[in-house]
Design a protein around this ligand. Sequence first.
Ligand SMILES: Cc1cc2nc3c(=O)[nH]c(=O)nc-3n(C[C@H](O)[C@H](O)[C@H](O)COP(=O)(O)OP(=O)(O)OC[C@H]3O[C@@H](n4cnc5c(N)ncnc54)[C@H](O)[C@@H]3O)c2cc1C
Length: 170
Amino acid sequence: MTSALHQDLARILGEDGVASDGHTLARYGGDALGSYRAFRAAPLLDRVAAVVAWPTETEQVASLLRYANSIRMPVIPYGGGTGVMGAAVATDGAIVLNLQRMNGVIDVSGADFTARLQPGVILEDAHTAMMGQGLRLGHDPWSRPIATVGGAISTDGVGYTAAAHGSMGD
Ligand SMILES: Cc1cc2nc3c(=O)[nH]c(=O)nc-3n(C[C@H](O)[C@H](O)[C@H](O)COP(=O)(O)OP(=O)(O)OC[C@H]3O[C@@H](n4cnc5c(N)ncnc54)[C@H](O)[C@@H]3O)c2cc1C
């Protein structure tokens, strides 16, 4: 028996775009911040979202956000979940907006020094796509094989090449 929230989101995303079982909620309820490093904030890591949603298209993201806003429901964007500051930790009853299926490289132009990427593209894949056009990502965190473009932009991550190229935002 799924909740009304689950069913409403399934109408937007399709049945395979939503999950609310205990295993999935636990899997995507937080990032790489362990309770042993959270100290007094550790109890905050025990919160449980109501549902995890996997959009595949921009319009689905817009529809989900319109819907969540209409019922005043918090939405937690989720990339690779490699953050170590607890930024992707769910709040009780929230929607986890998992961007991992929006992982397309739209285009890369070596001539224009531009790349258009969906937010769930893994940094390693972004780098590989750019190398094919004679470019490089210029952001090289240790989490590059897992972290996403959206998460790196959100955190303005700083990697090993930051001295040369600056942060992800740069
Ligand atoms: C082993 C390891 C090594 C690491 N090395 C580095 C390093 O060298 N340099 C560094 O800077 N960091 C490092 N990190 C931290 C982490 O990898 C970075 O913060 C990374 O940028 C997070 O990306 P993510 O996709 O995993 O984001 P998540 O952890 O999923 O989310 C991080 C934040 O971004 C938000 N977010 C995610 N996707 C989106 C989106 N599409 N739109 C809007 N908001 C979004 C989330 O809500 C959350 O607030 C490391 C982590 C680990 C576990």
